[in-house]
Design a protein around this ligand. Structure first.
Ligand code: ASP
Ligand code: MG
Length: 422
């Protein structure tokens, strides 16, 4: 069996959804296929906005209206029968979203997960119903029942035992009769709560289904021709990789390459399931295949990871930072789930570069501000050059004033700079 994954851009309007239907018809035999779909276009951002406004007690009715009209318009263009149940279903799903928004939760992160999941529920209901109209038999699957997770809101961890059991129990039979359509990005807990797997997490969902079903391959359909050595919007000289070893792909995504969610590679590599990255705009073109290949690329790759924050802890009283503080600070980062991307220590200070999360960073600083003088700088970018050489460094045209941290290893150079300085 195979797994296809379609991201938000590939289902952003009615024409895009028709294209998805064509790809499914042309590139699968219409059974033995799991189709994982993200929320349509920028829906997740829109629902995030609703959550933020609700928390702040602001009026969010415009956003609800936008959400409704966006999906109803797409449905209107797709469905021949204007009485089709999908129109009511869209209204009902958005009504449920509003009900869930107003329930009581222990934390805002829990609230977020109970509401943001509706983006994917909307898209999959529409796509499943549309495929049925187009005579492609589908089985709609609520991923929250199958992707079992813990209650780590907004970045839930998979309970692999239960997830495998649930998927193996039902899917083989469903797959005999048609295409299974399900949501990326979302999961559920034993207490029937919704969870999310981290932004852009639909690729990961595809890998989870593939792992549990021992798929023969996974194909993610993107708006790019494949995996590129660097972001072509920012770097002049880029090349498309035809083949990439799992390890190399895992490194690129770890450094911040956003074509594939960083958790995607591991489950596939463990079972040696190949991953194909193809373009939904040019589906016949050869994309990138990721697998158990021996040859590692040697061309320089420049990878940008935005939304970084630099934090410097400076000793107040000339005590040596290395005296155990390093461990304590990093342990607290791990406990608060702050992702540390770079570390530098000196006699009197420890500097780290982390993914920005305002609430978590505030908690971290609060823990240590009586002991250290703390400096924090936001809106930075982590730039990694894998396989760097003189030319690739020169091409960034960097002024040293912009550099907050810099680290070299044999094949990797990383710098932290002001956003917008490259
Ligand atoms: N819809 C989610 C997001 O935009 C998940 C995904 O697209 O993979 O983050
Ligand atoms: Mg998306």
């Amino acid at each position: 069996m195979k797994v296809f994954k379609f991201g938000g851009a590939s289902v952003k309007d009615a024409a895009a959804v028709r294209n998805v239907k064509d790809i499914i018809k042309d590139f699968s035999d219409q059974k033995e296929l799991v189709v994982v779909v993200s929320a349509m276009g920028k829906t997740t951002n829109l629902i995030e906005k609703i959550v933020v406004k609700f928390i702040k007690n602001d009026n969010y009715s415009t956003e609800i209206e936008t959400l409704k009209s966006f999906h109803l318009t797409i449905a209107d263009e797709l469905f021949i029968n204007k009485e089709a149940s999908i129109f009511n279903q869209i209204e009902k799903i958005i009504h449920d979203l509003e009900v869930n928004l107003k329930l009581r939760y222990f934390s805002n992160d829990e609230l977020y997960d109970q509401v943001v999941c509706y983006g994917e529920l909307l898209s999959t209901h529409i796509i499943s119903a549309y495929l049925n109209q187009e005579k492609v038999e589908t089985k709609f699957l609520d991923a929250r029942i199958y992707i079992q997770t813990d209650e780590h809101w907004r970045e839930a961890s998979i309970d692999w035992n239960w997830t495998t059991k649930m998927i193996k129990a039902d899917l083989p039979e469903y797959l005999q009769n048609g295409i299974v359509v399900t949501q990326g990005f979302i999961g559920g807990t034993v207490n029937n709560k919704s969870t999310t797997l981290g932004r852009e997490g639909s690729d990961y969902t595809a890998a989870i289904f593939a792992y549990c079903l021992d798929a023969e391959r996974v194909c993610v359909w993107k708006d790019v021709p494949g995996i590129m050595s660097s972001d072509p919007r920012r770097i002049k000289e880029v090349e498309k990789f035809d083949k990439l070893p799992y390890k190399y792909a895992a490194e690129l995504t770890y450094f911040g390459a956003s074509v594939i969610h960083n958790k995607t590679i591991r489950p596939l590599a463990l079972k040696n399931i190949p991953l194909f990255v193809n373009s939904f705009l040019d589906p016949k073109a050869k994309g990138t295949s990721i697998g158990d290949f021996a040859d590692f690329p040697t061309t320089p790759s420049v990878i940008f990871k935005g939304n970084q924050t630099f934090i410097r802890f400076e000793e107040q009283d000339y005590l040596n930072v290395s005296k155990g503080d390093l461990g304590v600070i990093l342990t607290e980062c791990a406990r608060l789930n702050i992702k540390v991307n770079m570390i530098k220590n000196s006699a009197l200070s420890l500097s780290i570069c982390v993914n920005h999360r305002q609430d978590k960073i505030e908690k971290l600083i609060h823990l240590f501000d009586d002991r250290f003088k703390i400096e924090m700088i936001k809106e930075l970018e982590l730039v990694t050059i894998k396989n760097y050489n003189e030319d690739s460094i020169q091409s960034l045209n960097l002024s040293l004033d912009d550099v907050y941290m810099r680290q070299y290893s044999r094949d990797t150079l990383q710098i932290v700079v002001n956003e917008g300085s490259i």
